[in-house]
Structures are given as structure tokens and as C-alpha cells.
Design a protein around this ligand. Structure first.
Ligand code: ADP
Length: 451
């Protein structure tokens, strides 16, 4: 029905165009994870297709054919690498090297030695099926909400590709010789070229769509966060500002024998209100800095995050004679800076909301089960009222009873944001002895994380 030589020329052109489109994206300054690998994969694939086309013109050139078969394997391996990079995962180097070695040895033997083209078709199809299956599993198990929709579609495409290749690898030895440029080339091989054209287009478009969808999602979420945050900040800044204006207004009036202690009181109150504004502004700046933080996840030692958090709060710990016990904390999958901030916010609060009758004691524990690490940060402070257990994790929400303690109501909202970005949950438990226990979960690194 289709002439394989024509299909191979079309494949060369399609892959070259797709590779150029992806490179154009990078030339416009868009730094997207995996785009260079994918552009290179398509370029090498296009070179392979051209060699296959040259080889398909009788008499078949076995060196061109061998080189083409290896180019195709490199192309698919680079595509799989691009997808893993898109998902912030390290390449599977052992698998890559093994596939390349198999392609070189077996295809070399089949094409250069035996000139048994069917053998090469089986080897390549089996390798493509395996690489495609690994990519499909990675993509379909993506959990990040920004990448998930695109990765689902890409995962299905990889799954279909892997199924076709698995079928071809199994069925090919039993299919009779055909009448193509060489008797060993049959309809299913022509179909494979057609599938390759569709795949090259769909993978490149699917990849760009995933990248676009993820940036759109992040932009919408950042806008929504900013809207909520600026609204809350504007509201919260108004209260201390009104106090300052009020106290200064009183002080501006003639003294008329005003008690000097009262004057000092007003000044102190205005000063406190100014410090509160300062704290809110600091939080706003921190929020703005973190909004663009790239979510690069790695294996992170939470013991180190906890010690760094304690170091950052050194003065606070010493001046309040606080004690902390945090041992045997596990390695998790996450972002070190963000996890340090998580511990820091929780320790800071445990000290800030201390019981006036006892020095603060913080006990941190962790248990690992079924790929999840469950942490608890207990304190002996004033505790959180039961009716505030949910609201304290919202932006700018504070418990009325502690309004004397300065704070902006941002720390726990940040803790929740960090834990959720890491795919976990956070909640608080009021302890019977009066303190509170903050519980949160994080993911443990898995083998598929490339660790
Ligand atoms: P901030 O401390 O700046 O007010 P947070 O978001 O860190 O903001 O905390 C929100 C509220 O939760 C606090 O105002 C306080 O009422 C309560 N809270 C947080 N941590 C603790 C704790 N360890 N013990 C008692 N109350 C706490």
C-alpha cells in the first residue's frame, strides 16, 4: 500500500522539522527541562531514517542499515531521557548503556554478520517496547498537579507505542517474507515506519503541550496565591498602621499634664505595631522570593534540615533556654531549602507559643512505612484550641488568645504549602498535657527516582 522508501523520506523530514521547532523554542530563551534531549533525539532519529532510506534502495547497504538501527535506538533512549528530565528525574544510565550495548552487539551480528534483517527488526522492536514501557510507567505515575494531565496523555502514547513494538517483536519471526525493496521487509515493517512518523509528531506535540499546560497551571496558582496573599496582607497591614496613626495622633496633641508613663506606653504600643508591620513585610518578601522557586526534588536528609533549622534559630533557642530532641530523622524525597523552612517554622512556633511556666521542650520523631515518612513535632507550649486546628493553616489566621505574641499568621500556611508541594499532608493534634503535636508526611525516595 505504502512505499517504505517514501515513508522513510517523510520520517526524515518530519523528525528534522520537529527537532528544529523544539530548538526554536530554546532559542527564544525558554528553558524547558528535557527539550534539548528531545530535539537531539529527533535529529538523530531523522539521520537514522535517512540512512535507512539510503539503505532501502537496492542493493541494500548493510553498513547504512546497521548505523540506522543504532541511531533509532539512541533516538528512543534520548526521548525517554527527555521525558524523565521533564519529570525532574535522573536518567536511567545503566538501562541506556545496556540497550546501546545490545543494539551494537546483536544488530552488528544480524546485519553485518548474518545479513538477517528480521533479527535486527526483532531486537530493535523489543528494545523500543521495553524503553517505551518504562517511560509509560514513569509518565502515568506522575503526581505533580501541574505535570499530571500532560504526562497522562504522553504516558498513553508511550504505552500504545510499546504495545505495537512488543507485538512486532513477538510476531515478526513468524511473518512470511514480503516483496519490498528486500524480501525480508514486509507490511508490518512498513507500518512501523508509519507508526514512527505519527510517534515523532505526537511525542513532540505532547511534550510541548505538557510544558505549556504545566506553566499555565503554575501561573494560575501563583496568581491565585498572590491575590489571596496581597488581600490578606493589605487587611493585616491596616490594623497596625491604624494603631500607629492613632497613638501618634494622641501624642501630637498638647501634653496638658499628661502622665509621662502614658506617653511611654503610647510610644511602646506604636513601636510594637511598627515591628508587626515589619514582620508582615518580611513574610511578604519571603513569599515573593519563594513563589518562583523551582521544585527540584532530590534525596534530602531531614536530620540535616532539622539541625540547620536549629542553627538558624540559635539566638531564639538560647535566649529562651529551649531544648530540642530530634534523632534518627530519615532521608526523604524533596527540596532541602523548603524542608529546612518547614522545620524552622514549626520550631519557631513551638518556642514562640511557649507555656510561661516551663522552658520549651521540642521532641521530633519520624517513622517510615509504605514509602511514606510520618513526622511529629511535639511541644510543651500553650497548645492550639480544638476549634482552631484547621484554620491556623490558612494564610493570616491566628488564635485570638495569642494576639499579644507578634506574628503574621503566615508560618503555618507556608508549612502546609511546602508539605503539599511534596505530596504530603500536615495537621495538628492538641495534647492532653497542654502542648501540641504537629504531624506531617513526606515521601521516601524510591528506585524510580533514580537514587
Ligand atoms: P504566626 O505564628 O506568625 O501567628 P503561624 O501561621 O505560624 O503564624 O501560626 C498561626 C497560629 O497558630 C498562631 O498565631 C498560633 O495561634 C497558632 N500556633 C502555631 N504554632 C503553635 C504552637 N506550637 N503552639 C500553639 N499555638 C500555635
Amino acid at each position: 500500500m505504502f512505499d517504505i522508501a517514501t515513508l522513510l523520506v517523510s520520517l526524515t523530514a518530519v523528525e528534522l522539522i520537529m527537532s528544529a521547532v523544539l530548538l526554536l523554542f530554546t532559542a527564544t530563551g525558554h528553558k524547558v527541562k528535557g527539550i534539548i534531549e528531545l530535539a537531539l533525539a529527533l535529529f538523530i532519529g531523522s539521520f537514522g531514517s535517512f540512512l535507512a532510506f539510503a539503505a532501502a534502495t537496492p542493493p541494500v547497504n548493510r553498513y547504512f542499515l546497521f548505523a540506522a538501527s543504532v541511531c533509532f535506538v539512541i533516538g528512543i533512549l534520548l526521548t525517554a531521557r527527555a521525558m524523565r528530565s521533564l519529570q525532574f528525574m535522573a536518567p536511567r544510565k545503566v538501562m541506556e548503556l545496556s540497550c546501546l550495548a545490545i543494539a551494537l552487539i546483536f544488530n552488528g551480528w544480524f546485519i553485518l554478520g548474518e545479513f538477517y534483517i528480521v533479527g535486527m527488526f526483532v531486537v530493535n522492536s523489543a528494545l523500543f517496547a521495553m524503553i517505551g514501557l518504562f517511560s509509560a510507567v514513569d509518565l502515568l505515575s506522575e503526581k505533580r498537579p501541574d505535570l499530571k494531565p500532560g504526562c497522562r496523555i504522553l504516558g498513553i502514547m508511550f504505552g500504545l507505542f510499546a504495545s505495537f513494538m512488543a507485538f512486532r517483536a513477538l510476531a515478526r519471526p513468524f511473518i512470511e517474507n514480503g516483496t519490498g525493496p528486500h524480501p525480508q521487509v514486509t507490511t508490518i515493517d512498513t507500518m512501523a515506519a508509519l507508526v514512527a512518523i505519527a510517534t515523532a509528531i505526537l511525542w513532540a506535540v505532547g511534550y510541548l503541550w505538557t510544558v505549556y499546560g504545566a506553566s499555565e497551571y503554575r501561573l494560575k496558582r501563583a496568581n491565585a496565591d498572590l491575590e489571596r496573599f496581597t488581600g490578606a496582607v493589605a487587611h493585616d497591614l491596616k490594623a497596625p498602621l491604624n494603631s500607629i496613626v492613632g497613638f501618634l495622633g494622641i501624642l501630637k496633641q498638647p501634653e496638658n499634664g499628661r502622665d509621662p508613663e502614658k506617653t511611654l506606653d503610647y510610644l511602646n504600643s506604636a513601636n510594637e505595631a511598627a515591628w508587626r508591620m515589619n514582620e508582615i513585610i518580611d513574610d511578604l518578601l519571603e513569599q515573593a522570593t519563594n513563589a518562583n522557586e523551582e521544585q527540584v526534588f532530590k534525596s534530602v536528609d531531614t536530620q540535616l534540615c532539622s539541625s540547620n533549622a536549629v542553627k538558624n534559630l540559635d539566638f531564639h533557642f538560647k535566649s529562651t533556654r529551649s531544648k530540642i530532641m530530634a534523632d534518627d530523622l530519615p532521608v526523604v524525597w524533596g527540596n532541602k531549602t523548603q524542608l529546612t523552612r518547614l522545620f524552622q517554622n514549626l520550631y519557631d512556633n513551638a518556642i514562640k507559643y511557649q507555656n510561661p511556666n516551663k522552658p520549651p521542650v521540642i521532641i521530633v520523631k519520624a517513622a517510615c512505612q509504605d514509602g511514606t515518612a510520618s513526622f511529629s513535632v511535639r511541644d510543651n507550649g500553650i497548645g492550639v484550641p480544638d476549634d482552631a486546628n484547621e484554620t491556623i493553616f490558612d494564610y493570616m489566621q491566628r488564635v485570638d488568645a495569642v494576639k499579644k505574641v507578634t506574628g503574621a499568621g503566615v508560618g503555618l500556611a507556608e508549612c502546609r504549602r511546602i508539605v503539599e508541594v511534596h505530596g504530603g499532608t500536615i495537621w495538628v493534634e492538641s495534647l492532653s498535657d497542654g502542648g501540641s503535636a504537629f504531624h506531617f508526611t513526606l515521601k521516601l525516595p524510591t528506585q524510580s527516582d533514580g537514587t
